[in-house]
Design a protein around this ligand. Sequence first.
Ligand SMILES: Nc1nc2c(c(=O)[nH]1)N[C@H]1C(S)=C(S)[C@@H](COP(=O)(O)O)O[C@H]1N2
Ligand SMILES: [Mo]
Length: 387
Amino acid sequence: MTNRNMRREILKGGLAFAGLSVLGIPEWALPALAQGETLVPFTDIPANANFTPAPDRRTFDLRKIDGPFTPKDQFFTTQHYGHPEVDPATFRLKVTGLVDRPKSLSLDDLKKMGNAELIAGFECSGNRRPLQGLSGNGRWNGVPLKTVLDSAGVKSSAREFVFFGADHGEEEVEFRTQKYKLDQQFGRSLNREKAMSGDPFLAWALNGEPLTRHQGSPLRLLVPGWYGVCNVKWLSQIHLQEDQYLGKYQARWYRTVKGEMIDGEMKWNETAVTHMQLKSFIARVTRDGSRYKVLGVVLNDGTPLRTVEVRVDDGPWQPATMDPSTKSKYSWKLFTYTWAGATPGEHTLVSRVTDANGKVQPTEQDLENKKSFLEDNSQHPRKVMIS
Ligand SMILES: Nc1nc2c(c(=O)[nH]1)N[C@H]1C(S)=C(S)[C@@H](COP(=O)(O)O)O[C@H]1N2
Ligand SMILES: [Mo]
């Protein structure tokens, strides 16, 4: 991509940058960058990269990262049935099924249960190269799910906790040779252990402001450390049951088909999309005089990290530095790496993260037996041109 195209891509994202050149600041110097620092264009992002592929979809342009939290008007957004409009004034969260006291809770009822804060980042399980922009990090306000469940009294027979959004659509449900057309709500489930663990969270605010319609206003579930699909937006009902929930977006649409060698035999495993796989990627490269700086992102399920490293071309892996402002458990983690001695020409930069258990982010090669595209946490080599 030429510098000019890059400039255009960046400008498309916000009018706020438009007037900068008038002030004598190059317009491609993002507010997030230090004075004198400029973006080095990636040559692996197509010049026509589209960050808003549909009116109801938005991809975050990672080159705009300007702090630990993703601004709410830039937070990525995606969903299956469009955006229902739920009036916060008449909204009720129903808690039904295997509880001692079924509930119908207004937003005020929920707010009376507390106002906790959760810092959590997540990515869509379909997030992948070249843009990696179905990812973001937020400071959320709300109440732990467990507080609400405790107030309803969870019966000992409740094993499966189903979370329904207010959004729905007609789905073709297949059973053997039969096909039914049924209106279904978006639904996801958690088992009892996870639901009652104290981690899942019911959020009504992002970065200090009420959720927008895109983000699931007025209330959404967050399962910190898990992929985006688990974070049910426009949450309208929590239903506790004994039997496993096998709705489309739980059991069929969001699963990973992967071959694994077990005891010398290939097993083709199909698993549900749950916790985030250990991943890092480079978000941008900038130049300040003759110094080059790499900024990147780590996402995982909250397991402590050991190292993040960056490699330039065929050189050795070099340690990167973690940003201390993103060290809380479920935050995405930002890292920087100072690239010394960059020479003119095209270069390949790649990052990899290792967690405290010694698990290393896989290469694309390592994932060759993963058939479905979800949960792509492979190392992502990126190309830049140094002039
Ligand atoms: N009710 C509802 N919640 C949903 C979805 C949906 O289609 N309906 N999509 C899920 C998916 S696949 C993702 S990646 C995240 C996206 O959340 P965001 O739009 O706030 O980024 O919402 C999840 N929650
Ligand atoms: Mo997703």
